[in-house]
Ligand binder design. Structure first.
Ligand code: ZN
Length: 268
């Protein structure tokens, strides 16, 4: 199952770690410069060797940092082998993660089509999917995947979501919870769904920790959302949870709640 992640609203800004990589590639044909790098968890194919080396180090760092932040412990060694392919595309910013969920596929595949200026955040967003798929398999809903991955997005992408949110509040038309929970896929152009996913995740992390957020996602898919809302958050049903979410969103619009999820939430 592919996860498509759009980064159409990211701003261009200098990425210190890749500026030299881009310089090394300029003036020569990309095809003859492809770089390869690998370790026990990653196999990298990048625009040139310096880019491949940088991407491997960054992926290793993200694998550790994201697992500690969201799972409370590193992923076990040898789990979640991932192939990362970076296609240089100065005018694009796209990332896709296709997880290895069943044989014969044994490796997650991350495809990046982006510029050196944007690759850091795009990789971080996709690495959230890699870490979650490695730990949870396919047991989490798409809105939760994207809501957690959204915490790695760059400031311009966050600003775009804030503008969408402001328009909702102004019009009085807040997103329907049932529709979001039922989504089996979010297409790259569905920025409203990405925004709703980010805001629902932020709200649920304001209510309780990541362990309960993930439990809610798993239980909802297994036994239905009314049951999950009751068992995990003590809400009567999804309608009651939606009412509380909307109340929280209106408070957020007036600056009455924190604008980012609490960092460092742990499972154990
Ligand atoms: Zn994504």
């Amino acid at each position: 199952m592919a996860r498509l992640c759009s980064g159409a609203f990211r701003l261009v800004f200098l990425v210190v770690g890749t500026a030299g990589v881009w310089g090394a590639a300029s003036g020569r044909g990309e095809a003859q410069l492809r770089g390869l790098a690998a370790d026990g968890h990653f196999s990298i194919n990048a625009p040139n060797q310096a880019a491949a080396d940088w991407l491997l180090a960054e992926a290793q760092r993200l694998r550790r940092r994201l697992a500690l932040r969201w799972l409370g412990a590193p992923l076990p060694p040898g789990r979640g082998m991932t192939v990362i392919h970076w296609e240089l595309a100065p005018d694009h910013d796209e990332g896709t993660t296709s997880p290895a969920l069943a044989p014969p596929r044994r490796r997650h595949l991350v495809w990046l089509r982006t510029s050196p200026q944007r690759v850091r955040e795009t990789l971080a967003h996709e690495m959230v999917h890699v870490v979650l798929f490695t730990h949870f398999g396919n047991s989490l809903p798409v809105w939760l995947h994207e809501g957690v991955a959204a915490t790695e997005d760059d400031p311009a992408t966050r600003a775009k979501r804030e503008r969408i949110f402001a328009a909702w509040v102004q019009s009085g038309r807040l997103p329907r919870l049932g529709r979001l929970l039922a989504k089996g896929r979010i297409r790259p152009e569905e920025q409203q769904a990405y925004t709703a996913s980010a805001l629902l995740t932020e709200y649920l992390l304001a209510r309780a920790d990541a362990r309960r957020l993930f439990r809610f996602g798993q239980l909802g898919l297994e036994q239905g959302w009314d049951h999950a809302a009751q068992a995990v958050y003590g809400a009567k049903d999804i309608a009651a949870l939606e009412q509380d979410w909307h109340r929280w969103l209106r408070q957020r619009a007036h600056g009455a709640v924190a604008l980012r999820p609490r960092p460092g939430v742990r499972l154990r």
